[in-house]
Design a protein around this ligand. Structure first.
Ligand code: MN
Length: 227
């Protein structure tokens, strides 16, 4: 048995519907600009393909965890996203076999310090401070099953709907995202992939109650609390 000089960090986990055991999170990949209407609201060129960025595994905030308003921003934004949870890994996975890697799906929110992201874009700097902060990935319980969901994806703040779109509007489909990611990384069990957000992103304030839902997948809710 390995002896550590410090207590080893706990494995971040997400609950699974119908299971007492929990899903261990290995990495969190995220897709940017995967819905045409959101690309337009962010001022992107329609010809730019989607792309990946990452968050640390311990950014995952499972159900029941309220989210502290993060330091260093005055413009915290919500982005509701379908999350793919991988139960198997692989590299260079063909699109036709990509869903074989899927353990299940969840609803997640890619929280973003939009002011820092815009500044990073202007300066050509990385997005880590704008995307990969503590509690930046609230997530629902995982629903088991490999078939890619096709329904509506919605987010409301204090009961007012802000985002309401169809998963069918994704530019890269779920199997295409897995296949694409597997060309860039050897995917592994425990990896989560946030698949991009539709239009309607907007700011959150302390005290806001955020509710998200994806048809056939699940729902999440959290309150933004003071730090
Ligand atoms: Mn996003």
């Amino acid at each position: 048995m390995t002896a550590y000089v410090l207590p080893a960090p706990a494995v971040p986990t997400v609950p699974v519907g119908g299971e007492a055991a929990v899903f261990p999170v290995r990495r969190i990949f995220c897709v940017g600009r995967n819905y045409a209407a959101h690309r337009r609201e962010m001022g992107s060129d329609d010809r730019d393909p989607p792309f990946f960025f990452t968050k640390p595994a311990d950014a995952a905030a499972p159900p029941g965890v309220d989210v502290p308003y993060p330091p260093g921003t005055r413009n915290l934004h919500h982005e509701i996203e379908l999350v793919v949870a991988l139960g198997a890994g692989g590299a260079n996975v063909p699109v036709e076999r990509a869903l074989d890697l899927v353990y299940g799906y969840a609803a997640g929110v890619d929280l973003t310090r939009r002011d820092l992201q815009n500044a990073a874009k202007d300066k050509g700097q990385p997005w880590d401070a704008s995307k990969a902060f503590d509690f930046s990935a609230p997530i629902s319980a995982i629903r088991k099953g490999a078939a890619a969901p096709q329904g509506r994806i919605r987010l409301a703040v204090n009961g007012v709907v802000r985002q309401d779109a169809s998963l069918a509007d994704m530019i890269w489909s779920t199997p295409e995202i897995i296949a694409e990611a597997s060309r860039l990384w050897r995917l592994a069990p425990g990896d989560l992939i946030f698949t991009g957000t539709p239009e309607g992103v907007g700011p959150l304030a302390v005290g806001d109650k955020v509710t998200g839902e994806i048809e056939g997948v699940g729902a999440l809710s959290f309150t933004v609390r003071s730090a």
